[in-house]
Design a binder for this molecule. Structure first.
Ligand SMILES: NC(=O)c1ccc[n+]([C@@H]2O[C@H](COP(=O)([O-])OP(=O)(O)OC[C@H]3O[C@@H](n4cnc5c(N)ncnc54)[C@H](O)[C@@H]3O)[C@@H](O)[C@H]2O)c1
Ligand SMILES: [Zn+2]
Length: 675
């Protein structure tokens, strides 16, 4: 009874895997996440293991990659380019080690080379007499595509070898990949120009490399990291994998700086944990670790199976892309009124965390993804980037899937939504009438770089607004102890602390104050420029759009935002209340020519006792100085606090003027900047 259906399952799996592989290897797209592919592949292998009589040489389990595209000329690999077997758990890795040991009668010399498993596309480079003569893809492992012109555009691939001692013929293998920063860059470009947006760096690398026009490849940020040497008959010039790679490095190839050799499987496990912990901070995607028996003599003894060597294994990391269902879409309103569609997902474990929300950014993105409620989607969480929906698994779209309809009214205040011409973003027109915008505006006002009100975090702001205790930022300064202490999870002591922090925050600076107002597109730098330019608030409020345009870094759009904000009666009322309720900053100094440090570059280093480095920086900037992070011959002065280190030493070496904290304080006092 069960037999026929298992057989059917096998056929379905083979068919599906063939189709996914075709998309992946030939079209450079993924129909499903790798993790899903791996699960299906494993299921296939398990059925085939129980039913060896169903063996088929054409099964995906027996094959490497896919046949080359006819558009490229073909390259035959003298030494086949194989795949790797995978393990997903510590136990499976220990089993691998046991298998190795039981195959080798003597495993005394057994050590493993450990390398990151870069997620890109495998390539082979052939050098004759030290000159690159051919580049090829893996293809189906025996026949690949000739991509010589394309690999020549990749800067980390030497066209001629450095040093000496290479064999007459050298075939090097490695992974061509796209670093995450380059991937983000080309996708941003594509989004802004309606170009092709890639799902992940691997697809981007494959698509960029397999171009018939190498000029396109040349514009793509690709790199190649080498991890192997195809041994010809005269493979006697190196005796271990790691030795071979070290030679490659000498000859000018990029070899992973993470390469290590360990003498036991425990060392492999440690290596795995170490790199897993650092995964997000690497410049490129890796999907696991590759462990290889280091000794070539032992590799020879172990040999190969159909699609992979016995002496190597890939220990995969938890997936950074997973499949899940889009349950619903909610609309969030931000500080500037931008309405963001947020995907509510069936919770899924991806990139090391459980993800249940993902931003869909805006309606252009919804349209580009062609995503509907109820769809199965691929969620990617890699590096420190927030989770993204990168793709819809169209073949699994349920019949009851619903279109995501853009709202016409703000979900929070019911004001009309508008979409400025040429903008992808939908905005609530309610301004501070809108509760959502108000909450966000208050959170921003209290934040560290703004009014820096300690203890007034996001949660508390929400509570205060929801309880009707505050409506605007000005209301913060008339909060009563009883009301505060009466809030959930608050208590007398914390309430007192919040009031003390509010009291303390009243004394601020003009740039901070301007920044804290949350005017669209007015960040810290613009706020500082505005303060320096106008010197005092009334002059800024009275400024026309034209006058605003003469401020450094203020263009027409920013000028119109500033003008609109400061012209609103509502906003002016809030500003007046803030001033009435005690928010203040030091009186202005002479504006313009009176900036004693104009044109100078200063560097702050070491620990200051009387103020934070941020405060000192603000004061120096207010006096006209540019504050840099490193010392050079162009530095005018270094202010060094206690235990200053290398920057101080460098200043001294370069003969740059150095002052201590006392002298810095003195300077501030002389120039009317209170501390
Ligand atoms: N999503 C899909 O639809 C789909 C389809 C087909 C394959 N896949 C993915 O591809 C995998 C199978 O593909 P595969 O056979 O190309 O390769 P693989 O990723 O399982 O392992 C072999 C490859 O690893 C690469 N590699 C990276 N670093 C290496 C190193 N240091 N040493 C040796 N090799 C290194 C090489 O390119 C090599 O060819 C599957 O596990 C799946 O995740 C996904
Ligand atoms: Zn609103």
């Amino acid at each position: 009874m069960a037999e026929p259906s298992l057989r059917e399952r096998l056929e379905t799996l083979r068919e599906q895997l063939h189709s996914y592989s075709y998309h992946y290897y030939v079209l450079n797209e993924s129909s499903i996440p790798d993790a899903e592919y791996d699960r299906l592949f494993l299921e296939l292998q398990e059925i085939e293991a129980v039913h060896p009589e169903w063996h088929s040489p054409d099964s995906p389990s027996q094959r490497v990659g896919a046949a080359p595209l006819a558009a490229f000329s073909q390259v035959r690999h003298e030494t086949p380019m194989l795949s790797l077997d995978n393990v997903f758990s510590e136990q499976e890795l220990l089993d691998f080690d046991q298998r190795i040991k039981s195959r080798l009668n003597d495993s005394a010399e057994l050590s493993y080379a450990c390398e990151p498993k870069l997620d890109g596309i495998a390539a082979s480079l052939l050098y004759v007499d030290g000159v690159l003569v051919r580049g090829a893809t893996r293809g189906d492992g025996r026949v690949g595509e000739d991509i010589t012109q394309n690999v020549k555009t990749i800067a980390s691939i030497p066209l001629k070898l450095r040093g000496s001692g290479w064999p007459d013929e050298l075939e090097v293998r490695g992974e061509i990949y796209m670093p995450r920063s380059g991937f983000a860059r080309i996708n941003d470009l594509a989004r802004n120009s309606d170009g092709k947006v890639f799902v992940n760096p691997r697809n981007a690398a494959a698509g960029s490399l397999r171009q018939l026009d190498s000029r396109i490849t040349a514009t793509r940020p690709l790199e190649m990291s080498c991890y192997g040497i195809a041994q010809g008959d005269d493979g006697a010039w190196f005796h271990s994998h790691s030795e071979g790679l070290t030679r490659l490095r000498d000859w000018g190839f990029l070899v992973s700086p993470e390469l290590r050799v360990v003498d036991s499987i425990e060392g492999c496990l440690e290596y795995y944990q170490d790199l897993l912990a650092r995964r997000d901070s690497l410049a490129y995607d890796i999907d696991g670790i590759v462990f290889k028996v280091d000794s070539l003599a032992l590799q020879d003894k172990l040999g190969f199976v159909s699609r992979a060597p016995r002496w190597a294994i890939a220990h995969k990391f938890p997936a950074q892309e997973e499949i899940t269902q889009l349950r619903d879409v909610e609309f969030q309103v931000g500080r500037t009124g931008a309405v963001t569609p947020v995907a509510k997902l069936e919770p899924v474990f991806v990139g090391g965390v459980t993800v249940s929300n993902a931003s869909l950014h805006n309606f252009d993105e919804v349209a580009r993804l062609n995503v509907m409620i109820g769809d199965y989607v691929v969620v990617r969480r890699a590096g420190d980037v927030i989770p993204q929906i990168v793709q819809v698994v169209t073949e699994r779209r349920p019949t009851e899937a619903r279109v995501i309809v853009a709202p016409v009214h703000c979900p929070v205040c019911a004001s009309a939504l508008e979409r400025a011409p040429g903008e992808a973003v939908l905005r609530c027109t309610g301004g501070l009438v809108c509760g959502a915008q108000r909450k966000e505006a208050i959170k921003h006002f209290a934040s560290r770089k703004a009014m820096d009100i300690e203890g007034l975090g996001d949660k508390l702001v929400e509570q205060l607004v929801d309880a009707g205790l505050i409506e605007t930022v000005a209301d913060l300064f008339v909060l009563k102890l009883d009301a505060l202490a009466g809030l959930d999870r608050m208590g007398q002591k914390s309430a007192e602390n919040v009031l003390a922090a509010l009291e303390k925050s009243r004394a601020t600076t003009l740039p901070r104050f301007l920044y804290s107002l949350g005017i669209r597109e007015v960040g810290e730098a613009t706020a500082l420029n505005l303060a320096n330019h106008f010197g005092e608030l009334p002059a800024l409020i009275a400024a026309s759009e034209e006058e605003l345009l003469s401020v450094a870094d203020v263009g027409p759009i920013v000028a119109s935002h500033i003008h609109a904000f400061l012209s609103s009666d509502y906003n002016r009322e809030v500003i007046n209340l803030l001033l009435e309720r005690g928010v203040n900053w030091p009186a202005p100094r002479q504006v313009g020519g009176a900036q004693p440090l104009a044109g100078q570059t200063w560097v702050l280093t070491g620990n200051l006792e009387s103020m934070t480095r941020g405060d000192a920086k603000e004061k120096l900037q207010a006096l006209g100085a540019k504050v840099a992070g490193s010392v050079s011959a162009k530095t005018d002065c270094v202010a060094a606090g206690a235990s200053a280190g290398s920057k101080l030493a460098k200043a001294e070496a370069l003969g740059v003027k150095v002052i201590n904290e006392q002298e810095l304080l003195q300077f501030f006092t002389e120039h009317g900047s209170s501390v």
